[in-house]
Design a protein around this ligand. Structure first.
Ligand code: AMP
Length: 223
């Protein structure tokens, strides 16, 4: 099973992806997290990606596809995986199918209006140590600006600044939204309303996954 999480920045793909990982045991793959690690470590790849990330633009397809390719061949991804932030355009979706064909997949859009995205990202803080995500309004840390888990000082991601959010939304509407049509045609697309608490959104995703995973097991049994 391949679970692809679609939705604009700030819609909750990372948070919901982690909850899916915990409940269903599929590991989460986040190209954004991988790239941020490369930038932090100052690798060649990180240096290449950094400027684009700062501007809210997409990093070169070959770079992100390469990152995915080197990971999903590993044994821990054999049963399935969750994708957060990949694919981001049609080319990436096609390359993914070439790398790992014949895998049952489900694409879940966590829908959020542009206005809600701006509000949410302005409130988002992340821990530079463990990447844990907080929201100052809905999911604040216990101590102000400090990570509950590793006690590092929380930061506003560079690309969560208002002027960059505008550019990220432009990229989303121009390139990533086309995937909705792409996965609708493949008959694997589902839409979930992203407003509401983390728990209520996760309940909806869980209900969908329970149904889809049970369905796919029936198909395997009757094969
Ligand atoms: P995210 O954490 O998913 O919002 O990603 C942060 C930034 O990393 C994006 O704005 C892009 O610059 C880059 N990025 C992440 N995933 C991809 C991808 N699949 N393709 C191209 N760029 C990506």
């Amino acid at each position: 099973m391949r679970i692809i999480l679609l939705g604009p920045p700030g819609s909750g793909k990372g948070t919901q992806g982690s909850l899916i990982e915990k409940k269903y045991g599929f590991p989460k793959i986040s190209t954004g997290d991988f790239l941020r690690i490369e930038v932090q470590e100052g690798t060649l790849l990180g240096k290449e990606a950094e400027a684009k990330m700062r501007r809210g633009e997409l990093v070169n397809d070959d770079i992100v596809v390469g990152m995915i390719k080197s990971r999903i061949v590993k044994p821990e991804y054999k049963r399935g995986y969750i994708m957060d932030g990949f694919p981001r355009n049609i080319v990436q979706a096609q390359r993914l199918e070439e790398i790992d064909p014949d895998r049952k997949e489900i694409a879940i859009e966590i829908f959020l209006s542009d206005q809600a995205v701006f509000e949410r990202l302005g409130e988002r803080r992340v821990c530079p140590g463990c990447e844990r995500i907080y929201n100052l309004k809905d999911k604040p840390p216990k101590k102000e600006d400090i990570c509950d888990a590793c006690e590092e000082k929380l930061i506003l991601r560079d690309d969560d600044r208002a002027e960059v959010i505008k550019d990220r939304m432009k990229v989303y509407h121009e390139q990533t939204e086309a995937l909705i049509d792409y996965y609708t045609k493949k008959n694997v697309y589902f839409k979930i309303e992203g407003e509401g608490t983390i728990e209520t959104v996760f309940e909806k995703i869980s209900a969908l996954l329970d149904r889809e995973i049970a369905g796919s097991q029936e198909v395997e049994i009757t094969k």
